[in-house]
Design a protein around this ligand. Structure first.
Ligand code: ACO
Length: 308
């Protein structure tokens, strides 16, 4: 069956690094608490969602060897649009010179995997090439006097080019889920700051990642022991460990970037994917499991056979 392959990828994080020490100097917190409770050591802060998305998108196009006019759709996953209207994808489409449809998608921290699956669906429906970007600037909706949130957020963007192929596609299976009755656990009203019930999100997140991952793998007759590279959403190192242990996926097959980037929401999965490619963990032929969760609550998993 024809499908889609990832032919290029790119990331962008702001230059400014904020360390745990920087935060401890102005908040009642400490490097020890942040490292132990979250696994975060630093985060990149700055820029706008469109600025980061444009750079990541341009890098993905370069890597794919594609010019902007060869893209026929842009799907931008973001929780932190530059404005309510227009969609941030309009700014990105214009700056990249795409002659393509463009829309925003908000599924909080599950956004990139949702966008990847949506983009894949559009390829199956006839699009030749879809640019999928996850970009977020959570720092812009964070109250920097709220220590429970200030220590975990980071800004960044990651992008991939999805191309139609006559051969077997890379995306083998997926699971998209939502439970809107839990929407009060993580929210930001118009003009307000992010609110999060960390403990409850933590509890639901581990269960969602485990159940969704198992369900997605089962669609293609596999189980967690078949996974070569596990790319979870990076919200808390303890959530990643708990999910990984319950799934029985070894630590060395699990990508962890939260120490450097914090929680970058829609950008965390593509940032982690790029890291796995850079370190050589992600090799052609690898079975990849991506799994994200976030406000809504939403969750999303995807299983890919990496083509390289
Ligand atoms: N520094 C020092 N102490 C702190 C800090 C801090 N930054 N934050 C909280 N504390 C204190 C609390 O006041 C509390 O003190 P007390 O025991 O005297 O009352 C103690 O530390 C423990 O607080 P908890 O809230 O129980 O800490 P917890 O271990 O749950 O960690 C955290 C908090 C990191 C937020 C965690 O709950 C978490 O990561 N939750 C999930 C977050 C998540 O996945 N979000 C979803 C994605 S985000 C998105 O979609 C935009």
């Amino acid at each position: 069956m024809p499908g889609a392959v990832i032919s290029g990828w790119g990331i962008c994080v702001p230059d400014k690094i904020v360390t745990n020490e920087d935060l401890s100097a102005r908040l009642d917190t400490s490097d020890a608490w942040i490292t132990e409770r979250t696994g975060i050591r630093q985060r990149h802060i700055g820029g706008t969602t469109s600025e980061l998305a444009i750079v990541a998108g341009r890098r993905a196009l370069e890597k794919a060897g594609r010019s902007p006019d060869e893209i026929d759709l842009l799907v931008l996953a973001t929780t932190t649009p530059d404005a309510t209207v227009p969609g941030t994808s309009a700014t990105v489409q214009d700056a990249l010179g795409l002659q393509a449809g463009a829309f925003d998608l908000n599924a909080a921290c599950s956004g990139f995997v949702y966008a990847l699956v949506a983009g894949h669906g559009m390829v199956l429906a006839g699009s030749k090439r879809v640019l999928v970007i996850g970009s977020d600037t959570l720092s812009r909706i964070t109250d920097w006097d709220d220590r429970s949130l200030a220590v975990i957020v980071g800004d960044g963007a990651g992008a991939v080019v999805l191309e139609a192929t006559d051969g077997p596609g890379e995306l083998l299976a997926w699971d998209l889920g939502a439970d809107g009755s839990l929407r009060h656990l993580l929210k930001c009203d118009h003009g307000g700051f992010l609110y999060m019930n960390g403990k409850e999100i933590f509890r639901h997140a581990v269960r969602a990642v485990v159940e969704s991952s198992v369900k997605t793998l089962a669609q293609v007759g596999m189980d967690p022991s078949d996974v070569d590279v596990f790319i979870p959403h990076q919200a808390n190192a303890r959530i990643i460990s708990a999910a990984r242990e319950r799934l029985g996926i070894p630590e060395e097959r699990t990508v962890v970037t939260i120490d450097r980037y914090g929680n970058t929401s829609s950008a965390s999965v593509p940032l982690a994917m790029a890291d796995a490619l850079e370190t050589g963990l992600l090799q052609p032929g690898a079975l990849v499991l991506m799994s994200g969760f976030g406000g809504g609550m939403t969750w999303a998993s995807a299983v890919l056979r990496w083509g390289g």
